[in-house]
Write a protein that binds this ligand. Structure first.
Ligand SMILES: Nc1nc2c(ncn2[C@@H]2O[C@H](COP(=O)(O)OP(=O)(O)OP(=O)(O)O)[C@@H](O)[C@H]2O)c(=O)[nH]1
Length: 649
């Protein structure tokens, strides 16, 4: 029940609303302006009012007779009337720019003709040459001009008499031909027993509409459906009137007083029906072709510009443009169109997105391929590894595996020290860890040991890896294999016979150590060692044996000096030992130890050999040459004092 109430109630409200709207608009007052005085010519409009057709359509219509001071066109355009009845001049006015709309052409032919007295023998237009012709020069009389024009008769061929609307002018001979309405004047002459002759433009190809129901474009545009309802009610009135002529006569006797007799009205009704042709066309029918023909005739008459247009004069055009749809249908239509547009837009968008996704996917795939290629290249050629905070290897490149001789599996999980060479000092590693644990990158050369025991040199760059919080979570190292460079470097600073630092390297170290000494106020001592009577070895055993002695002594010196000391071949059978951060006493001890070791050593074939040592402490601000000279002098004194001695100076 509740559901029923819910469904029915809105419908009831809607219907009530519609009825209310209808009731309100039933009183809409409109004025219909006739083109002439009350007569049967307007029977349809009387019938529409009297039979309640206008009321049914919601109109309260006042039917106004013609006011001689104002045309129906002027009345409608000045809003004195809402609708009007006028001839084909509506088309001409429209072409002149007046916003008029023809609603229905009630008279399919114009009843406007010329009449002559039968006795005058003026049967056609040609006979009117030189005669007196009376007609209005209004636009509705254009049919006469058109007829004359069609037949090549000029206005100057006859005498125009000003319209007096007095039919007796013809009888009195004041005019030889007068304009007349077929629905009217012929009866007048018949009643008087005077035979007349009709010259009808229709017979000369000039066929105009007449009694066109019209309104203003403004009224049409405001509510074309209301106008349509008015037209339908009017034409319904016409259909009734033509079938019930007597009833119309009674109204013309009472409500719409006409001074015509019943016989006259009957004649008029008959003639009117002939003009309307209700059995042939729908009452009020407008033919576009005929409108065009009428427009062309007006143009030919020079009444309007050749390019003038009557667009907008036919009412049905507005109806087609404004085909009334119920509000719900309009809303549905808008929703449907909007939905369609939305679907089409989404479809187009979707297609575009798909296309873009496909392009992006292709680009991404290409980028991934490139990236994979680069990663592979990096993996193969860049020696890199990654460790956790404790230095445990968590990743290693192929290049790293190759240089270290370990497989990736063997490296991962191992401490990075697995590749550390014992030659690399603790100090180097302390510096390295001290730097990277502070979040700073470290760079330097590292000597590493491979799985097979061979060594290789790397130029390493180690960077801490930070997580999103900025905390260090591991380390990554990228290295360059500099083993070859190191070997070349070593060759250039190594004495090829003994493997000790050569003179070039010693010179370099001397310069650096002298600078370091003065910068940090360190102590530095120099020891020069010279083999005693070495010439004898060469002389007695040959150079090769001599070389072997040199190599053996070099080995003794290198093995028994401290790591920090730099041992090198100074030249021939002379060696130089640079004792860093060592005072003279320390240097003397080292020299003495070396002297004793050489003395005790037994050289193959040669047996025992000795060496003399000159020792000196480098003085502050002293040059390398000055210090070496003093060491040399000490050596000289050691030789002088019997050799196999350590002398300091
Ligand atoms: N086999 C060999 N001999 C060298 C080399 N360089 C220098 N000598 C020799 O070392 C000898 C040096 O001789 P001297 O300068 O006379 O000195 P010495 O014989 O050692 O005598 P004192 O120095 O005075 O004790 C020369 O015979 C050089 O030819 C080398 O590379 N190999």
């Amino acid at each position: 029940m509740l559901l029923l109430t819910r469904k029915v109630l809105p419908v009831f409200i809607l219907i009530s609303g519609l009825l209310l709207t209808h009731a309100t608009s039933a009183n809409e007052k409109v004025v219909l302006q006739l083109k002439w005085l009350h007569q049967f010519q307007f029977a349809g409009y009387y019938a529409a009012k009297e039979k309640g057709y206008y009321a049914e359509a919601g109109f309260d219509v006042t039917i106004e007779q013609r006011d001689p001071l104002i045309t129906p066109t002027e009345a409608v355009l000045s809003n004195k009337a809402d609708f009007g009845v006028m001839g084909s001049s509506i088309i001409l006015d429209r072409m002149k720019g007046l916003p008029l709309v023809a609603l229905g052409a009630v008279f399919q032919h114009s009843p406007l003709v010329l009449i002559t007295l039968e006795s005058s023998k003026l049967l056609g237009p040609y006979e009117l040459k030189g005669k007196k012709v009376m007609y209005s020069k209004g636009n509705d009389d254009a049919t006469f001009f058109a007829m004359f024009h069609q037949l090549g008769i000029k206005e100057s061929d006859f005498t125009h008499i000003r319209q007096s609307f007095d039919s007796d002018s013809l009888i009195r001979g004041e005019a030889d031909a007068i304009s007349a309405y077929l629905t009217n004047q012929p009866f007048y002459f018949k009643e008087k027993g005077i035979n007349i002759q009709v010259i009808n433009p229709l017979n000369y190809g000039i066929d105009f509409y007449d009694d066109i129901l019209f309104t203003s474009e403004q009224t049409v545009r405001k509510n074309p459906q209301r106008v349509r309802q008015f037209v339908e009610a009017s034409m319904k009135g016409w259909r009734y009137a033509l079938k019930n002529k007597s009833e119309v006569f009674s109204w013309l006797a009472t409500k719409y007083p006409s001074n015509k007799s019943i016989d006259h009205l009957r004649f008029e009704a008959e003639q009117t029906e002939n003009m309307i042709l209700p059995d042939i066309v729908d009452i009020g029918h407008i033919s576009r072709g005929r409108f065009q023909r009428i427009a062309d005739i007006y143009k030919q008459q020079g009444l309007v510009a050749k390019n003038a247009s009557y667009d907008g004069v036919i009412f049905t055009d507005y109806l087609e443009k404004n085909k009334a749809l119920p509000l719900w249908a309009k809303v549905l239509f808008v929703i449907a169109i909007a939905s369609l547009l939305l679907v089409l837009t989404l479809f187009a968008l979707n297609r575009r997105l798909k296309k873009m996704v496909a392009i992006r996917a292709k680009e991404l795939s290409q980028a991934e391929t490139h990236l994979a290629r680069y990663i592979d290249i990096v993996d193969r050629y860049v020696i890199s590894s990654q460790t956790d905070l404790n230095g445990i290897i968590i990743d290693a490149s192929k290049a790293f595996c190759e240089v270290s001789g370990y497989s990736k599996k063997e490296l991962i999980g191992q401490p990075h020290s697995i590749v550390r060479h014992p030659d690399t000092s603790n100090a180097t590693y302390q510096e390295l860890w001290g730097t990277i644990t502070k979040g700073k990158p470290w760079g330097g050369e590292l000597k590493n040991i491979a799985k097979d025991g061979s060594c290789y040199w790397l130029d390493a760059k180690i960077d801490p890896i930070k997580n999103e919080a900025g905390d260090i979570c591991g380390y990554i190292s990228i290295r360059q294999n500099i083993t070859d460079k190191k070997q070349i470097e070593k060759l250039s600073i190594t004495d090829s016979l003994t493997g000790l630092n050569n003179r070039l390297r010693l010179d370099e170290v001397l310069v650096n150590e002298f600078k370091r000494m003065s910068r940090y106020s360190l102590q530095l001592s120099l020891i020069i060692c010279d083999i005693d009577f070495f010439k004898e070895v060469n002389d007695n055993y040959g150079h090769l044996i001599g070389d072997e002695v040199l190599v053996s002594i070099a080995k003794i010196l290198r093995l028994h000096c401290r790591d920090v000391d730099v041992v090198g071949r100074w030249g021939g059978e002379e060696f130089l030992i640079i004792c860093r951060e060592t005072n003279i006493d320390g240097a003397m001890i080292v020299a003495e130890k070396l002297r004793a070791l050489i003395e005790d050593h037994i050289f193959p074939q040669v047996g025992h050999k000795t060496a003399s040592f000159g020792v000196t402490l480098v003085m502050p601000k002293e040059t390398v040459e000055e210090a070496l000279k003093r060491a040399d002098q000490a050596l000289y004194r050691a030789k002088e004092s019997g050799r196999n001695k350590v002398v300091c100076q």
